[in-house]
Design a binder for this molecule. Structure first.
Ligand SMILES: Nc1ncnc2c1ncn2[C@@H]1O[C@H](COP(=O)(O)OP(=O)(O)OP(=O)(O)O)[C@@H](O)[C@H]1O
Length: 355
């Protein structure tokens, strides 16, 4: 019959499915007792997360190991490891999960762009931030996850569709930015009725079946509000940083705060608030008019304990002289292009600081 030490040695190499560490490292084998005459072994195992399908698999694995080595019956109990042990290994484990997510060795910086309500310029910010980061030499991808309106392809003037190579989808590249949008697969922009599980599935497919290659940044344009898909992002990419877009109107900021509260709840870092349509500047006099009110961004930043990292006026991009038409991209020398450049540089500096 097995001794306590032998059981310990048999279970030491078994992996904790959440922490991606062996039970030896996590101290996961909490207690062992043996009933010699009945060849009964009972073990208490501590893991990162209990009552999950992974726990069921682990249970089968452990029972089979012990039975193969001489136990007639096995009693197994699971408990959650102490918080400090979980914390110690969790961030490593999350990084590993995310690496698996895109199937590449280098993990990009994930930035999700959200807003409390529609029409505040969230997609415009996503596109222009991506452009500025690209101009700064970064490799950038965008996932257009705003299922209420896939606007990114139109905004960037994309007319072609992604190519499918075997099992993988090649994102469309425009001005050096790789773009993936469900809009590519929807005929004539016809409305699709989305149900919760479909959203998460779409997002998962965009991570796993799209050949992103090595990216420095992957920006996600999320649907406004705090819906299912935002939750999915929080679950799938715990390290994603959040950028909140709002107009300066105090009530708009109030709504945006709810989106931000979600980030706080899930412990996502908020990079800052971007106040869009902050003012209108007269070309003739240079006078600023705060057509959508003022102070909303500041108030929002206070509630979320972050900063306003950009205030973008109301202004259209220059008329495009060439044939390529990208209606929402501000040129590099455009006043807003320069503002986006500043925001992008600031974000890059912050990311580098954290590395
Ligand atoms: N600073 C700005 N100056 C002028 N027009 C702007 C500005 N920002 C955004 N817009 C315009 O406002 C409209 C809404 O912007 P956008 O689609 O980016 O918002 P959104 O928050 O992503 O909306 P939705 O959630 O509905 O997709 C667009 O037509 C866009 O071109």
């Amino acid at each position: 019959m097995l001794s306590e030490e032998e059981i310990q040695n048999l279970l030491n190499p078994v992996q904790d499915p959440f922490l991606h560490r062996t039970l030896e490292e996590t101290g996961g084998v909490r207690s062992i007792s043996i009933k010699e005459e009945k060849k009964h072994v009972s073990v208490k195992v501590g893991i990162g997360k209990t009552n999950t399908p992974e726990q069921m698999e682990l249970q089968q694995e452990i029972v089979s190991i012990l039975k193969k080595n001489g136990a007639a019956t096995v009693g197994l109990r699971f408990e959650q490891l102490p918080d400090d042990v979980i914390e110690k290994y969790q961030s490593d484990a999350e990084a590993e999960d995310e690496k698996d997510l895109l199937g590449v060795s280098k993990q990009p910086n994930f930035i999700s762009v959200s807003s409390g309500k529609g029409g505040v310029g969230k997609s415009t910010v996503t596109v222009n931030l991506a452009m500025s980061l690209t101009r700064l030499g970064q490799k950038v991808g965008i996932i257009d996850a705003d299922i209420y309106g896939f606007s990114i392809p139109d905004m960037m003037g994309i007319e072609n569709r992604p190519q499918v190579r075997g099992e993988t989808i090649i994102p469309v590249e425009r001005y050096g930015v790789k773009v993936m949008s469900m809009g590519f697969f929807v005929e004539d922009n016809s409305p699709v009725i989305w149900r919760g599980p479909m959203l998460g599935k779409m997002l998962n497919n965009f991570f796993q079946e799209v050949e992103w290659g090595d990216l420095d940044y992957l920006l996600l344009d999320l649907p406004p509000g705090t819906g299912d898909i935002a939750m999915d992002v929080h679950d799938l990419i715990p390290s994603a940083k959040e950028l909140i877009v709002s107009t300066p109107h105090p009530s708009a900021a109030f709504v945006a705060a709810r989106a931000g509260q979600m980030a706080i709840k899930t412990e996502h870092e908020i990079l800052g608030v971007i106040e869009n349509m902050a003012y209108f500047e007269s070309k003739k006099t240079g006078e600023r008019e705060y057509v959508f009110g003022s102070g909303g961004g500041k108030k929002l930043a206070e509630v979320l304990q972050t900063k306003v990292i950009g205030q973008l006026p109301l202004q259209q991009p220059y008329e495009n002289e060439d044939d390529e038409f990208a209606p929402s991209i501000y040129q590099e020398d455009h006043p807003l292009g320069k503002e986006y450049h500043k925001i992008a540089s600031m974000i890059m500096a912050k990311m580098e600081e954290e590395e």
